[in-house]
Design a protein around this ligand. Structure first.
Ligand code: MF3
Ligand code: CO
Ligand code: CO
Length: 267
């Protein structure tokens, strides 16, 4: 297996799928309020994707090797949940931070993106972690261009995050994406500059760092999906789907309003 180089026609379809995924994150923002359940957010996003966008929510029944099929249409990871939080009847409360991760399938191609949302007023520490994780993602994105190495991305993210006293989750990484949800390569969010695969124009992959306020260690909950920090420290994540170009990168999952009401657009 190798890393696919997308054709111009495939890239155009990835632009459409990516933009639609970003638009779901815009759509759901005003609903992320104290008292809403993550099941309600899941249903709203599901219906928007299916009825308004004509998309398939990729997580629903997704069952990569060894996993039970994922039961919902989005991932909702609250506070110390790192990723793959499964929506439930639990109500969000003021002060929570929550990552909503959306993956659309349109015309056979995937778009994958996630953001952090504040529920009511966040603590200073929670807000800082969300903002710095957003910056960490952009430090990674800015490394992308034909001729750069995958290790450049991980190195940029790791040095920035660890320089602030945060830690980088190791067990989950960015991924190639296209007709399949998860393709080669694995995009680590830590590593050494100048190492790893050399990037070529037409590659498409996600960058989605998970940054913990405490230690990097994680564990999986009994639902077989939700990942939490072992030390219960807060964790944040942002994700974009990125096309490698000759001169740099194109972010395929930008929508109109990446700067959320409470979240300044930093770069
Ligand atoms: N969207 C996640 C990612 O960024 C994967 C979620 S898999 C699911 O790779 F089954 F939990 F939805
Ligand atoms: Co992803
Ligand atoms: Co995702």
């Amino acid at each position: 297996m190798s890393i696919s180089i997308k054709t111009p026609e495939e890239i155009e379809k990835m632009r459409i799928a990516g933009r639609l995924a970003g638009e779901v994150l815009d759509y759901i923002a005003p609903f992320v309020q104290p008292g809403v359940t993550t099941n309600e957010l899941d249903k709203l996003c599901h219906d928007y994707m299916v009825d308004m966008q004509g998309c398939i929510p990729a997580p629903l029944n997704y069952a990569p090797g060894g996993h039970t099929p994922y039961p919902k249409s989005i991932c909702t990871s609250i506070n110390h949940q790192v990723c793959h939080g499964v929506p439930s009847e639990k109500k969000l409360k003021s002060g929570d931070i929550v990552n909503l991760d959306i993956t659309t399938i349109k015309d056979g191609f995937h778009g994958d993106t996630s953001r952090m949302y504040y529920v009511g007023e966040p603590s200073i520490q929670a807000k800082r972690l969300c903002e710095k994780t957003y910056e960490a993602m952009w430090h990674g994105i800015r490394q992308v261009r034909a001729g750069a190495h995958l290790g450049d991305i991980g190195h940029a993210i790791q040095t920035f995050a660890e320089g602030l006293g945060y830690s980088v989750v190791r067990e989950f990484c960015g991924h190639g994406i296209g007709r399949k949800f998860h393709e080669e390569p694995q995009v680590l969010h830590y590593g050494k500059a100048g190492t790893g695969v050399k990037l070529e124009a037409g590659m498409i992959f996600t960058i989605e760092p998970m940054i913990n306020a405490g230690k990097k260690d994680i564990k999986q909950l009994g639902d077989g999906w939700s990942i939490v920090t072992k030390d219960h420290s807060l964790s944040a994540q942002w994700e974009h789907t990125i096309l490698v170009t000759d001169t740099g990168y194109e972010v395929l999952t930008l929508a109109d309003d990446e700067s959320l009401e409470h979240m300044p657009l930093l770069p």
